[in-house]
Every structure is written in structure tokens, then in C-alpha cells.
Design a protein. Structure first.
Lengths: 230, 246
């Protein structure tokens, strides 16, 4: 198990990225840099392993496909969560199913904690925009709107700062599990695969009779590519 | 007065922050009014009373897909410019909410974003370069994203009350079913590819293939159960792994 090297500068970079990614998801500019495959790759790259970051991001992405931001739906926050999951896996050495599962678990959990913080932020926004007088002068509306966005970035940065170190230590703890044997690994993989398929099954609209066939055809093509060595 | 080009640019840029003060009472209205301000200030130049009334009108609850909200911003500003009555503006505003949300959700959240994400995962599997995959995702997604915002902003101003035609038969209507089909193919392959990439070497190819086939069938047949089991597993993983590791 290698040493965990997390300097203050690196922590500051993670917090700044967490704040920017949190802001992107809803407030500004919604360019989707907050998606797990981007955030986790960034987190992994900051800790020296972008590939591990992408992997954990891809798993989180598929798990989260069933959670779409329709209307006022509650869904896991992806930016800080992906960033920390990617950074955690890269910090933990990036190998073995144990660290990967812990990184995914961490990302999933932080995503839901982030969802709670977003609810709180939205309630605060309600108070910011309540009470009238926003239209006269209209500059008050502009100031309150900007303040809400600054608070959103602060919220995401705080979330990142609070969980950065615990997540990396947790993933490091799981390093030894990469030695676990076939049966446990198979069970874990089965459940992860089932979850992935469940997530995507809930995430796509099944409106046509051909949809399941297309899904299976995609899986079959990928399996054929794997088995024949691409 | 008619808004100038720079008013329109300022308003368009503010549309990127339309959800910046999203809240449970007025939803996206604060962002909508904030984005309309550069246009309203020009339309009601020298008339602070009417400006204030217009801003208050647009602070009433409103919601819609953020990428299509620019259409509401400019269509409502067009009505203000054309001197429509407040009652008619309110009725139009209420009528816009549902289609703006439904059309945008189906196009962006259910179709375009999954397509770009799945394409990115496939590219990563084929070439193994994470930044290339991320770059393709961001470029492809944001080409569509910015085009949609610009299109809806433009159509709102030119069509005004007539934007219902655009929302009823949008230019992408014939493309969406094809992308949905492609998404299903990509999802099927992404589940297999990602699981293969993260699979431990001890299982071997056929072990992985069989496990995935069983998982995919179970997960697809019972999506809620599959997701709950997987979430439970990943959340319990830290404890399990520490115990197993010991």
C-alpha cells in the first residue's frame, strides 16, 4: 500500500474544482463538466491517474442514468461526488475491484448527501427571493440571483472539502481486498452488473417492443468484441 | 424601444444562469426575470413604473427546461415590446410552462445527454484514452446544448406568440427516435464494456460474460430492484471490504 500524499495545494485544487463542478450542474452554465465521467477523470488526473478516474466515473454514470432532473426531482449530485470518487481511486492506487467498489460507494453516498445540501440551498434561495421589493430597483434581483449562485459554489466546495480526506483514506483501506478470490468477486460483479442494468433499465424509456431487443443486441455486440479480442 | 443587439447578447448570456436561484416557490422565475432584464430595461426605457410591473409579473412561479427557457425569455419580452395586455402575457406564460419542460426533458435529459455519455464510454473502451473520451463528450454535448439555447432564443423573439408551433413540431422530432434506438444499443454495450473493464482478472472472460448476462437480464427485468441491490452493495462495501480484507 503506497503512502497517501495529499498536499494543501492539492486539497485546495480539489475544493476549487468541486465548487466549479457543483455550480455547473444547475446554476451555471450547465455544460455538463459536472457529469461523473468528466468530474471523476479530473479527480483522477489531479491525483495522477485519469484512467482510473474515468472508470469510476463510467460506473457512476451508468448507475445514475435512472436519475434524471425532471422538474423538481431529487437526484444525486454528480460533480463533487464524481471528483472525489475519481481522486479516491487514483489515490488508492487505482487497481482491484475492492478500491473501485469503495470509490463507487463513496461517490454514490456523497451524491445523495449533495442532494440534501441542494435541497437546503433551494430553501435558502426561496428566502433570498421572497419578501417583495426585488423589482424596485431591479438591481436587487440581480444581486440576489448572483448571491444564490455564489452560495451554490460555496456549498459544493464545502462538501468537497469535508469529504476529500475521509474518502481517500477509505479507498486506501480497501486496497488489500484486491486479493480476494473468485466467488466473492463474482458475486460483487453480478450485483454491480445488475445494478448497472437496473439503472439503465430505469433510465431509458421503454416505449417500443423493439427496445429490449436493441439493448440485448448492444450487449451481444460488446460481448462478441470482448470474446474475439476486439 | 426595441432591444439592441447588445441587449440581446446580454440577455442570452444570462440565460446560462437561468436556474441560478432555483427555489421551491417560484422555481426558475428569478432566473427568468434576471435574463429578461436587459431586454425589459430597453423596452421600458424611461418608464420605471412599467418596468417594475413587468419584472414583478415575471417573478411569478415559472418552470421549464433550462435550455429552452431562452425561448420563454424572448417570447415574453416580445409580447412586452408589442404592448400586449398583462392578462394575455400571464396566460401565455402559464401555457408555455408544460411544453417547455416536456419537450426539453425528452430531447436533452432522456436522449441527447445519454447518447453523448454512452458514446464517450464506447470511445474510451476502443482507444483507452480518458481525455479523448471526455473531450468528445463535452464537445458533442455542448454543440447540441449551445445550438438549442441559441435556436430557442432566436425563435422566441421572431415568433412571439407563435412559438407553440415550434414546440409542437420541433426540428429534431424525426431524429429523436433514431437516437433513442442508438442509445439502447450503446447502453447494452456500455454495461458489458464497463463491467469488463472493472472485472477482476481471476474470473476469466467467460465468468465475466455469464455473470453479466445474468445481471443484465435480472437488472433489466426488475430495474428498481437491481438498482437498489447495487446501491446497497456499494454503500455496504466499505464495511464488507474492511472485514474481508482483515
Amino acid at each position: 500500500m503506497s503512502e497517501l500524499d495529499l498536499s494543501l495545494g492539492l486539497l485546495a485544487a480539489l475544493v476549487a474544482c468541486g465548487a466549479a463542478l457543483g455550480l455547473d450542474a444547475v446554476s451555471w452554465p450547465q455544460a455538463m463538466i459536472s457529469r461523473p465521467i468528466v468530474a471523476a477523470t479530473l479527480g483522477g488526473a489531479l491525483l495522477g491517474d485519469a484512467t482510473s478516474g474515468f472508470l469510476v466515473g463510467a460506473v457512476l454514470e451508468l448507475l445514475g442514468l435512472g436519475h434524471t432532473p425532471y422538474g423538481a426531482a431529487v437526484y444525486p449530485e454528480t460533480g463533487p461526488a464524481g471528483l472525489l470518487a475519481g481522486a479516491g481511486l487514483a489515490a488508492g492506487g487505482g487497481s482491484g475491484i475492492g478500491p473501485l467498489l469503495v470509490a463507487v460507494a463513496s461517490g454514490w453516498a456523497i451524491g445523495w448527501i449533495g442532494a440534501i445540501s441542494i435541497r437546503m440551498q433551494r430553501s435558502l434561495n426561496e428566502r433570498l427571493l421572497a419578501g417583495g421589493g426585488l423589482a424596485a430597483p431591479a438591481k436587487k434581483l440581480e444581486r440576489r440571483h448572483r448571491l444564490a449562485m455564489v452560495l451554490d459554489a460555496l456549498r459544493a466546495g464545502t462538501l468537497t472539502a469535508a469529504f476529500a480526506l475521509p474518502i481517500m483514506l477509505l479507498v486506501k483501506l480497501a486496497d488489500g481486498i484486491s486479493t480476494m478470490e473468485g466467488v466473492v468477486a463474482a458475486s460483487a460483479l453480478l450485483l454491480v452488473g445488475m445494478g448497472l442494468a437496473g439503472g439503465v433499465g430505469a433510465g431509458v424509456m421503454r416505449r417500443r417492443a423493439t427496445d429490449p431487443l436493441l439493448l440485448l443486441a448492444g450487449g451481444a455486440i460488446a460481448l462478441a468484441m470482448i470474446v474475439t479480442g476486439r | 424601444m426595441k432591444p439592441t443587439r447588445s441587449d440581446q447578447v446580454a440577455s442570452f448570456l444570462r440565460c446560462f444562469a437561468v436556474q441560478g436561484s432555483w427555489n421551491y416557490r417560484s422555481l426558475v422565475a428569478g432566473g427568468l426575470a434576471n435574463a429578461m432584464l436587459p431586454l425589459l430595461r430597453r423596452i421600458y426605457a424611461g418608464d420605471p413604473v412599467r418596468l417594475r410591473a413587468a419584472v414583478e409579473r415575471h417573478l411569478e412561479p415559472f418552470n421549464g427546461h433550462p435550455y429552452l427557457c431562452p425561448m420563454a425569455v424572448t417570447a415574453l419580452a416580445r409580447l412586452e415590446h408589442d404592448g400586449e395586455s398583462p392578462e394575455r402575457i400571464d396566460r401565455f406564460r402559464s401555457a408555455l410552462r408544460a411544453p417547455l419542460g416536456a419537450v426539453g426533458d425528452e430531447l436533452v435529459w432522456a436522449t441527447w445527454r445519454p447518447f453523448c455519455l454512452l458514446l464517450s464510454i464506447t470511445i474510451f473502451w476502443l482507444w483507452g484514452r480518458p481525455w479523448v473520451a471526455v473531450g468528445v463528450f463535452l464537445l458533442a454535448y455542448n454543440l447540441g446544448h449551445i445550438w438549442l439555447r441559441a435556436w430557442s432564443f432566436r425563435r422566441g423573439w421572431t415568433e412571439g406568440l407563435g412559438v407553440g408551433k415550434d414546440l409542437g413540431d420541433p426540428p429534431w422530432a424525426r431524429v429523436v427516435p433514431w437516437i433513442t434506438s442508438l442509445n439502447l444499443l450503446l447502453i447494452g454495450s456500455a454495461v458489458v464494456l464497463v463491467s469488463w473493464l472493472v472485472a477482476p482478472d481471476t474470473l476469466g472472460r467467460w465468468g465475466v460474460a455469464l455473470a453479466l448476462a445474468a445481471a443484465a437480464l435480472l437488472g433489466y427485468a426488475r430495474p428498481a430492484l437491481g438498482e437498489r441491490l447495487a446501491a446497497g452493495l456499494v454503500l455496504a462495501a466499505p464495511v464488507l471490504l474492511v472485514l474481508l480484507g482483515a
